[in-house]
Design a binder for this molecule. Structure first.
Ligand code: GLC
Ligand code: CA
Length: 564
């Protein structure tokens, strides 16, 4: 596999609205981010992905862009952005922007002009259909955020397609002019000195040749968008063109938000000369997904989590490099999702961090994950901000679920869980703002915050810092970055263990999520002889022991060891 500059790096996702507010208006901003670059550097971060900060009505919190060339005034100015890029560079860090081009905002000039003249140039930027006199919609597709995918094009007798919110009209990628506009924008940002892009919702850009109905999967008579995506052939032409015309000339780093890729597409997406540098491994995040809604999703336990991440590693093999996560701005907190209530504590958070982080792939840390932030309890529907959560609540109620149960499923799944203010200190509003935060902070900030953990060598934060340092340590880097992945004790209940094998080095990564001690038999060396001993190079607490071919882990203990 060809080596790339980013393979041995560590990435960090910032959700700007909730990261750090510099001017007391309750909204995180670019100046706030600049003020925390030293913190990120101290942690060991190299690549920083910013969720969208472009001009936007924020109907979907910035994933609805009304000007791809401007910074939203709530986040700052273009000058602030340039300063951020420069300040990051000074610290050997690079910035990734979020590329949101399946759709724009209905407040984008293109859309406004499409409304004025649907038959003109900009009408062709979108998917427009004539309204049927009987009111029948062109298709029965249900948007990701609820309701039909079709809405009236204001002031006209036409409808437009939106697979997300109605304020996010889909751009018509079949139109070469649309594609050229996208590439022009990518090049413009690359010229500004960013390192590349995280690519939003990209699988949706290709629609099927024929728009048709699919069997309804809920009482509303609509059908999930996934059905139409399954029939959409030929996305590769667009993605290959985007790579060649926009990314390749800059050697941009790109990471795709790819759900539902077809099974033979992996090498095309992230293999040698793939469309993207990397894509997220969402195997655990999508586990248990139900078309009925969040209320019906199956919860994941640690054995299922293990199967997901091991399965993904086996699927990717040497084809390419996944980007690995336990949470992001669309998912609940990893510590709450994967760790059952009874065992959620600093030790188990460190154990989870260890096994997710040292897999093969580029690790991404989502803001607050490094201190073990947790979900917040959602008590009323009024406190929700996220449009998809509001819809999910209604879907549950419509399906006859009690309010209590509906709220419970939101506390588990809601995107707001990850969007509460970053917890910098135990001070007012978690040290995030001097004003009133746009979204209420999670009360757990009093115990879980950066300031408290910075000063403590056994904190979750300290552990993340050690994990990052370990992955970069010249003595282990080759194995931890490029080594093969091989499951160990696969069937052991609530134990997640694997070995990373490099040239002449084998590193065991193991976590015991049981509250009682467990023994893990060491795997064999390259000649098939079982390893007998090893040297622990990182532990999630206590002193794990290796003797007579066995690693002994206390309850909730984790360890990384070079085998001998
Ligand atoms: C992606 C984003 C999500 C957004 C959606 C529509 O999934 O991560 O936050 O709502 O795309 O842009
Ligand atoms: Ca602000």
């Amino acid at each position: 596999m060809e080596r790339k500059w980013w393979h041995d790096k560590v990435a960090y996702q910032i959700y700007p609205k909730s990261f750090m507010d510099s001017n007391g208006d309750g909204i995180g901003d670019l100046k706030g981010i600049i003020s925390k670059l030293d913190y990120l550097k101290w942690l060991g971060v190299d690549i920083v992905w910013l969720s969208p900060i472009y001009r936007s009505p924020l109907a979907d919190e910035g994933y609805d862009i009304s000007d791809y060339y401007a910074i939203d005034p709530r986040f700052g100015t273009m000058q602030d952005m340039e300063e951020l890029i420069a300040e990051a560079k000074k610290r050997d860090m690079t910035i990734l922007m979020d590329l949101v081009v399946n759709h724009c905002s209905d407040e984008h000039e293109w859309f406004r002009r499409a409304c004025e003249d649907p038959e003109g140039k900009y009408g062709k930027f979108f998917y427009l259909r004539d309204k049927d006199p009987d009111g029948k919609l062109p298709t029965n597709w249900r948007s990701y955020f609820g309701g039909p995918c079709w809405a009236e094009l204001p002031g006209t007798d036409k409808l437009y397609l939106h697979v997300f919110h109605k304020k996010q009209p889909d751009l018509n990628w079949e139109n070469p002019e649309v594609r050229e506009e996208v590439y022009k924008n990518i090049r413009w940002w690359m010229e500004k000195g960013i390192g590349g892009f995280r690519i939003d919702a990209i699988i949706n850009i290709k629609k099927p040749a024929v728009f048709r109905d699919y069997p309804a999967d809920r009482e509303d008579g609509l059908s999930t968008v996934h059905n139409m995506l399954r029939e959409a052939e030929g996305i590769g032409e667009f993605l290959g063109e985007m790579r060649d015309k926009a990314f390749a000339p800059y050697d941009a780093f790109t990471v795709g938000e790819v759900f539902n890729e077809k099974s033979d597409e992996l090498p095309l997406f992230i293999g040698e000369n793939g469309y993207f540098s990397s894509m997220f491994d969402f195997s655990a995040e999508i586990y248990g997904h139900s078309e009925k809604g969040w209320f019906d999703a199956k919860r994941i336990d640690l054995d299922a989590y293990k199967n997901c991440i091991f399965g993904a590693q086996e699927k990717i093999g040497d084809i390419g490099f996944y980007s690995t996560i336990i949470e992001n701005h669309d998912e609940p907190r990893g510590a709450s999702r994967y760790l059952p209530d009874e065992i959620r504590c600093e030790s188990s958070k460190k154990a989870l961090a260890t096994v997710y982080f040292l897999r093969r792939g580029l690790p991404f840390i989502y803001q607050g994950q490094e201190i073990g932030m947790e979900n917040k309890k959602i008590r009323t529907v009024e406190e929700l901000d996220d449009i998809s959560s509001i819809d999910a609540y209604q879907v549950a109620i419509d399906a006859g679920i009690s309010k209590e149960k509906a709220l419970e499923s939101l506390s588990y799944h809601s995107r707001d869980n990850a969007r509460t203010p970053m917890q910098w200190s135990a001070g007012k509003h978690a040290g995030f703002t001097a004003g009133e935060p746009w979204l209420k902070e999670n009360p757990c900030y009093r115990e879980i915050n950066v300031q408290e953990q910075e000063g403590r060598s056994d904190s979750v934060l300290a552990h993340y810092r050690k994990l990052i340092a370990l992955r970069k340590d010249p003595a282990f880097k080759e194995t931890l970055v490029y080594g093969d992945f091989e499951p160990v004790s696969r069937d052991a209940h609530n134990v997640i263990a694997y070995v990373r094998r490099g040239d002449g080095q084998a590193i065991l990564v193991a976590a015991n999520f049981n509250t009682e001690a467990r023994q893990i038999a060491l795997p064999a060396d390259a000649d098939g002889k079982p390893f007998r001993g090893g040297r622990v190079i990182l532990s999630g607490g206590g002193s794990p022991v290796i003797e007579d071919g066995t690693l002994h882990l206390e309850g909730l203990q984790s360890a990384v060891a070079v085998l001998e």
